[in-house]
Design a protein. Structure first.
Length: 125
């Protein structure tokens, strides 16, 4: 945990990270269930849910290539390179209000279950 590869520094941070993953998927499932005829799968609903976040990060990365590695984590950067925002969501949940990019913080809060806001200590409420 102390290598800098992950945003998590403590066991509590790891728990926050994993719970953010659960909340993210719960949000996708809720979206799917709310409009089952619009989405073929939960994954399809999640893709739509994540679209604004993904576009934002692509735009920021175009201006500053090392943005994710520098401000979030190497873990988030590597997974984004592979086409996933899942680790960005979980790592931002760990960083919480310590993250200077409030637009990213709000976008991540928006993809968590029921729009759960990332709290100032990084845990989700």
């Amino acid at each position: 945990m102390t290598t800098g590869y992950f945003a998590a520094k403590t066991v509590e941070d790891v728990l926050t990270h994993e719970l953010a993953h659960k909340s993210h998927w719960d949000s996708a499932k809720a979206l799917y269930k709310s409009k089952p005829k619009m989405y073929n799968t939960v994954e399809g609903a999640k893709k739509v849910l994540d679209e604004s976040l993904e576009n934002y990060v692509k735009n920021v990365q175009a201006q500053e290539m090392q943005y994710l590695d520098k401000y979030i984590s190497r873990n988030a950067e590597r997974n984004f390179e592979e086409g996933s925002v899942n680790e960005i969501v979980a790592e931002v949940a760990v960083l919480g209000d310590k993250l200077e990019d409030k637009v990213l913080l709000n976008l991540v809060s928006g993809v968590l279950k029921d729009g759960t806001r990332v709290r100032n200590n990084g845990s989700t409420k």
